[in-house]
Design a binder for this molecule. Structure first.
Ligand code: AP5
Length: 223
């Protein structure tokens, strides 16, 4: 059990490696990984009312309305497993969401959060997103250039035989839209957290392990 709260927000463009790093960091800190994208994709797959409301926005690469996503985050952060911290991946994504998160943290009397901004070149982002493949079994995140990853193939993890698939929003038109939405609506959060002294920039270029060490050092170096 960690001796102090680790309340981490991962910022970064689509494909910056937030999901990859969030899984590693949440294992290291033993706090939950909360991805609003995963929660929304789960709702779409389960055919719930939330999924029906979110699906069109997601397929087009647009943001799901703030009120839906804020309600999801509010409910999830109040759960007991978040008492010692969390790694938020994909939330907040607008200033309104960041303000709502601040309110929730105050209501729950939580320690200040740290926002880690993963910086990655745009050419690399497009390469990562267009080659991303996911496993339906273990939910692992892979790339078509990784060893053992093939279209229509099975998960490269020897302990899993799940099917690999490509996300519907990893098509070129949706990738372009997501990058524009990121610049317009999410990039302002870098200044939002910077002005409050809560931001750390970490290069997202390089191997996942090397980046994970830098992210962990940034998070541990605080508080
Ligand atoms: P979401 O699921 O949050 O997607 P995203 O922000 O676009 O981010 P990605 O999941 O695409 O990328 P990532 O940064 O996690 O990269 P990853 O680790 O997978 O959101 C999807 C949609 O849901 C949104 O468009 C929106 O509609 C909706 N939504 C979600 N949250 C919302 C919110 N708060 N408000 C409103 N709407 C919301 O890595 C990408 C690839 O790169 C992989 O193939 C991976 O293997 C590879 N890779 C990772 N790290 C490295 C590395 N270091 N070197 C080489 N390759 C690497």
């Amino acid at each position: 059990m960690p001796d102090r709260e680790h309340n981490v927000v991962l910022l970064g463009a689509p494909g910056a490696g937030k999901g990859t790093q969030a899984k590693m960091l949440s294992n290291e800190l033993t706090v939950p990984h909360i991805s609003t994208g995963d929660i929304l994709r789960g709702a779409v797959a389960a055919g719930t009312e939330l999924g029906a409301q979110a699906r069109g926005y997601m397929d087009r690469g647009e943001l799901v309305p703030d009120e839906l996503v804020i309600a999801i985050a509010r409910e999830r952060l109040a759960q007991r497993d978040c008492a010692q911290g969390f790694v938020l991946d994909g939330f907040p994504r607008t200033v309104a969401q960041a303000e709502a998160l601040g309110e929730v943290m105050d209501e729950l009397e939580r320690d200040p959060l740290i926002a880690v901004n993963l910086t990655v070149d745009e050419d690399e982002i497009v390469r990562r997103l267009s080659g991303r493949r996911l496993c339906r079994g273990c939910e692992g995140i892979f790339h078509i250039d990784d060893e053992g990853v093939e279209d229509g193939g099975e998960c490269p993890d020897p302990d899993c035989d799940g099917e690999l698939y490509q996300r519907s929003d990893d098509r070129p038109e949706a990738i372009r839209e997501r990058l524009q939405v990121y610049r317009r609506q999410t990039q302002p959060l870098i200044d939002y957290y910077g002005e409050r002294g809560l931001l750390v920039n970490v290069s997202g270029m390089g191997g996942p392990e090397e980046i994970a060490a830098a992210v962990l050092a940034a998070v541990r170096g605080r508080g």
